[in-house]
Design a protein around this ligand. Structure first.
Ligand SMILES: [Zn+2]
Ligand SMILES: [Zn+2]
Length: 153
């Protein structure tokens, strides 16, 4: 996304744009990527030799739940401020690389399908959101058995 410096009026310049998912550098091969173009609304203001851009980004990410490994789609919304020094004789500033870096930095480290996700049983591999398994029960009864034996000693 380019901003022509002469377009920035004293009161600022409002911008509406979209960013193609591939501009983020993330693709379906990554553990997390954008499924649709990102919406950008921004306000650029010039302060002497710097352009400050208040940026609001909205997108939809696709990832894998880090507990149960199911596919997850989630809204991703972020506000940040970028500043660009104006090079001598520059006619425009190019936001693409800064946007890309800011997006990557602000992606969640892990995604859950929901706060209540029970995950996958580490013993039998069952998705505990869909089914119950008896592994934990067995584990419990084993523990009780051991405790009982201890008590009898
Ligand atoms: Zn999950
Ligand atoms: Zn299990």
């Amino acid at each position: 996304m380019k901003i022509h410096i002469k377009d920035i009026r004293p009161e600022g310049l409002e911008l509406d744009a979209t960013l193609e998912p591939q501009a983020t550098g993330l693709t379906e091969k990554d553990s997390l990527y954008f499924v649709a173009p990102l919406n950008i609304t921004a306000k650029a203001q010039r302060f002497e030799d710097t352009v400050i851009v208040e940026t609001h980004l909205e997108g939809k990410i696709s990832s894998i739940c880090s507990r149960c490994l199911c596919d997850v789609e989630k809204d991703w919304i972020k506000d940040f401020t970028l500043d660009f020094p104006i090079a001598r004789n520059a006619e425009y500033i190019d936001m693409d690389e800064d946007l890309r870096q800011e997006i990557i930095l602000n992606l969640p480290m892990r995604v859950l399908c929901g706060g209540q996700c029970k995950g996958i049983c580490s013993k039998c591999g069952i998705n505990l959101n869909e089914k119950k398994c008896k592994c934990n029960l067995k584990l419990l009864s084993k523990k009780q058995e051991v405790e009982k034996q201890e008590a009898e000693k």
